[in-house]
Design a protein around this ligand. Structure first.
Ligand code: TA6
Length: 298
């Protein structure tokens, strides 16, 4: 197992061929590759738009952006000065340390503490750490949120905005049958705020999809004919499924037709706010594993 600290990123390499790249900007995982069991091909599992900015000028369009302390447009009074999806994905995180380095796995930690620019829009004490762990066929990410205040509670939302590289017209997400969700693509605000029930056994994103599943199963399979990713989560009680389809052409840093090549399946705590008392730490985990065998749920 090897890791290389380069100017703006850290690269993790597994002896069996897997690798991952983490930009210090936004602590954004911009690559996760592993060797398939079927034909020993090295496959990139994440989508990063060819038009994405990787120079720190704006949040990366792709990979695994870290969303904190708010998901979507801010609604909490303490978040009112924040941009959509908060500040974590648009700040320069600090390289902290190697946590584990064995033949089986390497894990590293980056941290983020309040800077003047953060305090100007989010004046609450906190300490963030992100852990990225790579093994031969799995990538895990953990977000640690520590309330460093000695007297005030901390309220926040958090999410891993995963862009999985996949043929969006053939993707199926399971199990979401009978789950409650909000449809952010609905034409009226009343409908967007109305809880619906998922009637499909397998959810596809053939049409423009922007669904927020509340209190979802926390274990998922994202599959397509040539592959898939299994997702296990801890503390991330909600799930967002997004693909803009043709509306993606209006996204400035979306490569032409990029919506055909990714699906966003995003575990998070985004309905309501997580609350931690002074000195407490909240940890949200996701474990992404490559699916090598065919899964069917019909
Ligand atoms: O996670 C889905 C979503 O909230 C969509 O509504 C869409 O806005 C997407 O995130 C991308 O947001 P961004 O701020 O990165 O353009």
């Amino acid at each position: 197992m090897r890791l290389d600290l380069k100017g703006d990123r850290v690269i993790l390499n597994h002896d069996k061929g897997a690798s991952s790249e983490i930009l210090f900007y936004g602590a954004t995982v911009i690559s996760w590759k592993s060797v398939t069991k079927s034909n020993s091909e090295l496959v990139e599992h994440l989508f990063v738009s060819e038009k994405a900015f990787l120079d720190g000028s704006k949040a990366v369009r792709g990979g695994i952006p870290v969303v904190f302390p708010c998901f979507g447009p801010p609604v909490h009074p303490q978040h009112s000065k924040l941009p959509q999806h908060g500040f974590a994905r648009s700040e320069l995180w600090k390289w902290d340390k190697v946590l584990t380095e064995t033949e089986a796995e390497v894990s590293v930690q980056l941290t983020l503490d309040p800077t003047a620019s953060i305090i100007a829009k989010f004046d609450r004490p906190f300490h963030l750490a992100i852990v990225v762990r790579l093994t031969e066929h799995q990538l895990a990410t953990e977000l640690h949120v520590q309330n460093t205040s000695t007297f005030d509670g901390l309220e926040f939302q958090a999410l891993f905005h995963n862009y999985f590289r996949a043929p969006s017209s053939e993707v199926l997400i399971f199990p979401l049958h009978h789950q409650s969700y909000y449809d952010k693509t609905a034409p009226t605000e009343e409908e967007r705020n109305r809880l619906k029930e998922e009637t499909r056994v397998d959810v596809d994103v053939k049409k423009y999809t922007d669904f927020v599943y509340e209190n979802a199963p926390q274990d998922y399979e994202v599959t397509w004919p040539q592959g898939g990713i299994a997702i296990k989560t801890i503390e991330l009680k909600d799930l967002v499924v997004w693909n803009p389809q043709e509306t993606g052409s209006k996204i400035a840093d979306m490569e032409d037709g990029g919506w055909e090549r990714f699906v966003c399946v995003e575990p998070g705590y985004v309905r309501g706010f997580a609350k931690i008392q002074p000195g407490e730490t909240w940890v949200g985990h996701q474990f992404l594993s490559v699916i090598h065998d065919k899964r069917t749920h019909l």
